[in-house]
Design a protein around this ligand. Structure first.
Ligand SMILES: [Zn+2]
Length: 145
């Protein structure tokens, strides 16, 4: 299939957000089927995406972005996350302790507590996996989503 050439203009339009809804559907359908255009689109996006974020943004936005991406605020965000998690964990630990020490006939409460703990642990694992993933990716990609 060599109608790819006719999609080149659409690729650029898609990046600039200038396509009609019909055109957007058309190019997306083609991108779904055509690996060549997909990699071309990725390449275009990498070059123009960085340029766009440098030239089209309001100065204040750029400054805010820089602050947000600086190592310090990254640290602050992680630190606050850790504090929230630690707080949550101790709250749950306290609850577990209360339930476990308050007598044997409170099985429903124990089951509820077990469910909460399990859910929390799963959530925590997810969160850590997300963190690791965002650390591995280029920080510039973070803002494009
Ligand atoms: Zn194609």
């Amino acid at each position: 299939m060599n109608n790819c050439e006719s999609y080149k203009g659409l690729l650029v339009g898609l990046l600039d957000g200038e396509l009609t809804p019909e055109e957007t559907v058309r190019i997306n359908e083609h991108l779904a089927r055509c690996a060549a255009c997909r990699s071309e689109y990725e390449q275009l996006r990498e070059t123009t995406g960085k340029l766009a974020s440098m030239s089209f943004k309001e100065p204040e936005d750029a400054v805010l972005d820089q602050v947000w991406r600086s190592p310090y605020s990254r640290f602050a965000r992680n630190a606050s996350l850790v504090m929230i998690i630690a707080g949550y964990a101790s709250l749950i630990a306290y609850g577990v302790y209360e339930v476990l020490t308050s007598g044997k006939e409170e099985l429903p409460a124990k089951i509820a507590m077990a469910a909460i703990v399990l859910g929390f642990v799963i959530l925590l694992c997810q969160l850590i996996r997300e963190r690791i993933k965002t650390y591995k990716t280029d920080p510039y990609k973070e803002i494009e989503r």
